[in-house]
Design a protein around this ligand. Sequence first.
Ligand code: ADP
Length: 180
Amino acid sequence: MEIKIGKSRLLLKQGDITQEEVDAIVNAANSSLLGGGGVDGAIHRAGGSEILEQCKKLGGCAPGDAKITTGGKLKAKHVIHTVGPIWRGGGEDEPRILASAYRRSLEVASENHCSSVSFPSISTGAYGYPVTEAAQIALRTIIAFLRKHQELKEARMVLFSPEDFSTYARELRPMTVPDM
Ligand code: ADP
């Protein structure tokens, strides 16, 4: 599924983010940036030790912030490491931190002249964020950014499971308004 935002595109697909051929893929990391499970483990396995060597020099990353490294052996040139919120029921600023993780990742992508970026579903694995609510925040934040930053040509959400793909597609549909 794909929508146009001015001259830019937002694409939803099901797949493995480590296989993406884009300027940057985003990693849902933890604050240490020293590796973890889920998508983080998959990215480090596929990208090789060069990514971890660069991560060690970054001094960690606060929730809602993002930092960039090489893509190592990946097809993607860069990995942008961001840290989403751990879901604690919704009253601990989780929505703001999740939106910030997407926005900061996009800012770092733009600053580094990336014109295509792929995201996983940040915080909805081990961090327990409900997928429907996370999808709304992810999609709204990406759309708002693309409206203002047409230098970013394509943003993709790469959903690992068919269920997550369906949820994101269902949430994107009502956000799609015909051109006026
Ligand atoms: P978090 O700790 O931010 O919740 P996780 O890695 O546990 O991060 O999960 C985030 C999402 O990434 C989950 O939806 C999970 O299914 C997904 N995921 C895991 N491996 C991959 C992969 N190779 N490509 C894309 N998404 C993945």
